[in-house]
Design a protein around this ligand. Structure first.
Ligand code: AMP
Ligand code: MN
Ligand code: MN
Ligand code: MN
Length: 321
């Protein structure tokens, strides 16, 4: 079992006071409804999914639709973790309260980071979305996304595909623009036969329209999540296509940066991979998280599907109890 980590106690006291409304948080005016984030009791025997997306980034469902789907799937605890945005959280929280949905929402985010030429995703769980440091990081990540999108559009024009940037912007609407929107635009305009082909031929790493984005570092993401009172989770470690040596380097770096947990359980994971992740948790004193990374309903993955932490794991939610 990993020893409980010492957290910045001043930061925790600050956030407790903010939650209890004894002092004003920097962006108090946003009138977020505060659910009982600090009174998470017993998560045993609950259906838990700590990684999901809405159409505030590249998910297909609105926050309300996602909550309805989670409720239909009998999820008890759901984290919304959109790419570099917290826009869905307020909407989802209001909906849960108004409709009296029996779901505990964990406020989350998935932050893109740059590490040795790889794009590594760090999930923040149980964050206070109003924290100034987090708002500042989100603004800068959104600017990075916009610049990258413009450059990707230019490269795609050079490939002979006009108007893809405009179409991707339209698809993203007011939400975070992602490569998933570019893939969809390329598909809609008949330049590829499926979304995967858009990544394989044009916008995936090393392809003709790929643009290396100037994301924040792992350290910045972890530090900002901690300033927001949350737990930092290394998202889907097995999906980065890293050799064993590089995966270990990544986990060592993440732990050294103060990261709290690894996503040990994802859908469609081999037993061997799960065991490997568990061993890393033990070796580097990291907690374990689990999530579907739900974007849209499909045959292969859904909210809460095939998600169960092994008994040996120390769940990340112990940090919140
Ligand atoms: P971005 O954060 O803008 O680089 O976009 C990354 C998003 O695109 C991921 O969160 C996935 O939803 C999607 N994505 C990334 N790689 C692929 C891929 N090879 N095939 C399909 N979707 C992908
Ligand atoms: Mn995505
Ligand atoms: Mn991700
Ligand atoms: Mn994700």
């Amino acid at each position: 079992m990993p020893p409980p980590k010492k957290r910045n106690s001043l930061c925790c006291v600050y956030h407790c006071l903010c939650y209890q409304r004894k002092i004003k948080s920097p962006i108090e005016d946003l009138k977020i409804i505060h659910l009982s984030t600090l009174s998470m009791n017993d998560f045993s025997n609950q259906r838990i999914d700590l990684h999901s997306h809405t159409n505030c980034s590249d998910g297909a469902l609105t926050p309300q639709e996602l909550i309805n789907r989670a409720s239909n799937m009998q999820i008890d605890v759901l984290a919304i973790t959109d790419h570099d945005t917290v826009a869905a959280l307020d909407i989802a929280e209001r909906y849960i309260v108004e409709q009296n949905v029996p779901i505990q929402l964990i406020r989350g985010i998935e932050i893109s980071t740059a590490w040795h030429g790889f794009e590594i995703h760090v999930v923040g769980l149980n964050i206070d979305p109003n924290t100034l440091a987090l708002r500042t990081l989100i603004d800068s990540q959104q600017q990075t996304r916009e610049q990258r999108a413009i450059q990707m559009g230019e490269k795609l024009t050079k490939c002979g595909f006009d108007g893809i940037y405009q179409q991707a912007k339209k698809l993203a609407s007011k939400g975070t623009i992602t490569r998933a929107h570019f893939a969809k635009a390329l598909l809609q305009q008949g330049h590829v036969n499926n979304l995967q082909a858009a990544f394989d031929k044009y916008i995936g790493k090393g392809q003709r329209a790929f643009v290396r984005a100037n994301w924040c570092s792992i350290e910045q993401a972890v530090d900002t999540i901690h300033q927001a009172g949350g737990s930092a989770v290394l998202a889907h470690p097995i999906r980065y296509d890293l050799s064993g040596k590089w995966l270990r380097r990544l986990i060592v770096n993440f732990a050294a940066a103060g990261g709290d947990a690894l996503e040990v359980v994802l859908p469609q994971m081999h037993n061997e991979q799960r065991k490997l992740m568990l061993n890393y948790c033990t070796e580097y004193s990291l907690y374990a998280s689990l999530g579907s990374d739900f974007h849209y309903p499909s045959r292969w993955s859904d909210l809460g599907k095939n998600l169960q932490l092994p008994e040996q794991a120390t769940p990340v939610w112990q940090l919140w109890q």
